[in-house]
Ligand binder design. Sequence first.
Ligand SMILES: Cc1cc2nc3c(=O)[nH]c(=O)nc-3n(C[C@H](O)[C@H](O)[C@H](O)COP(=O)(O)OP(=O)(O)OC[C@H]3O[C@@H](n4cnc5c(N)ncnc54)[C@H](O)[C@@H]3O)c2cc1C
Length: 491
Amino acid sequence: MKADVVIVGAGIMGSTIAREFSKYEIDVAVVEKEADVAFGSPTKANTGIIHPGYDDQPGTVRAQHCSRGNALWHQIAREVAAPFEEVGTLVVAMKDEEVEVLEDLKRRGDTNGVPRLEIVDDEDKLRGMEPHLNREAVAALLAPTAAITSPYELAVAIMENAVQNGVKTCFETEVTGITVRQGEVKGIQTNRGEIEAQLVVNAAGLWADRISAMAGLNGFKIHPRKGEYHILDKKVGDLTRHVVFPTPSPISKGIVVTPTVEGNVLIGPNAQDIDDKQDMTTTHSGLAEVWAGACKLIPSIADKKSMIITSFCGLRPEPDTKDFVVGSSQIIKGFINAAGMRSPGLTAAPSVALRVVDLLMESGMELRRKVTFDSRRKPIDKPMKGSDLSSAQNLIKQNPDYGYVVCRCEHVTKGEILEAIRRGATTLDGVKFRTRAGMGRCQGGFCGPHVLKLMSEELVVPAESITKRGKGSRVLLGKAKELLRGGDLDD
Ligand SMILES: Cc1cc2nc3c(=O)[nH]c(=O)nc-3n(C[C@H](O)[C@H](O)[C@H](O)COP(=O)(O)OP(=O)(O)OC[C@H]3O[C@@H](n4cnc5c(N)ncnc54)[C@H](O)[C@@H]3O)c2cc1C
């Protein structure tokens, strides 16, 4: 295979870069070791906040890209029809001493160009804005431009739009080497063969240091910082209206209580430096810390433990440089890093992607605008969501599959699941990320087998070959009765 540019990684960074590149007449391939977009830990498991940009130290690469990224997402999320709500953030001071921290954050935000920041110190106004907020709160920094999104749905939507505009994706394809001759990139080696390319963009998240080392560059190291979460049922979705933060610590923005775009409440994350980039376990102590932090901000959470529907963790890719690593290598021509995307990497991604386009131009590659570029993506129809009954009825009339509910918790229909499969979902998590089937109270207990059967029929493969999230995650091991008759399981 041959491409002008290869992007390593289909997280939010690789996806936004791919979409920016798809505006030009170049051949772009995205290579991803997992089975789908957003299957890497940070993009699939984060808080989903499009930060306003007040907490990044002015002068850092993060500060350059965060507030610009926030502004860009307001437009791009609309273009690709991804979930996006401008709910605003409140950073809450519980003691008078903490008000100074708010003032400092506001100063930073003003320097970083964050619009409409305001310190609210009128307690009645604060209660009106956030009725369940701790009564001890004395003031809060309000950032109205902050938004919430569903990070994996956003990444999927962005990549779908990139593919619609000509980008090629190669999943379950692991980059094992970078081909460099006489100081110039010539392509990549993978577990499925070689791809020739004159330019490689390293957007490999937690593994970006390894990709860089494959090109002989050892300029930075990435270590994982774990963050754990609980999700609460939609029944208590009115516990918070804004994303509510405590005042930050030196290593973390703190444990937040936030609404999600689907109406749940998300609490977390804590911050724990670990060694293993594949450790996706939640811990008793970590989740206890998350619970305590959330109760401090919104005390009425304390008696809602039965409302927890699931818990999970994400790993932040923390670079030892402490800042994003964005730039062209001065040693190897044709190697560009979009790496070290620690928080707020989700927010910053579209701004970093524009910077990577500039780097491509600076590298001498000729970039002609593609006249056929279409910025709009049609979302999957969701007839059971929203209030437009007549268009839901029309859709069901045209295609009765949209009238057959498969996931009862999230009201996802057969039509949506089949459409997700047609759009590229090959695993149960791929369907879940595109439709939310399995994300409700029962966590797939009811709809899981139905989704699996639909996948097997639509993809025309045995049910036993369907996986949760790709290699090594088969759901069915064989037929129980055959086992009883003395048969063997495949693996
Ligand atoms: C707990 C937590 C909370 C966060 N909250 C927020 C937030 O609210 N707002 C915000 O803006 N940011 C937040 N972030 C940060 C944000 O999630 C990350 O900055 C962002 O997701 C990084 O995306 P990425 O594409 O660089 O990395 P990834 O998502 O890791 O994508 C990299 C991809 O590269 C692939 N890959 C790696 N090696 C190879 C290889 N050899 N061959 C092929 N493919 C490879 C991986 O499988 C992966 O899919 C949070 C992060 C965490 C963990």
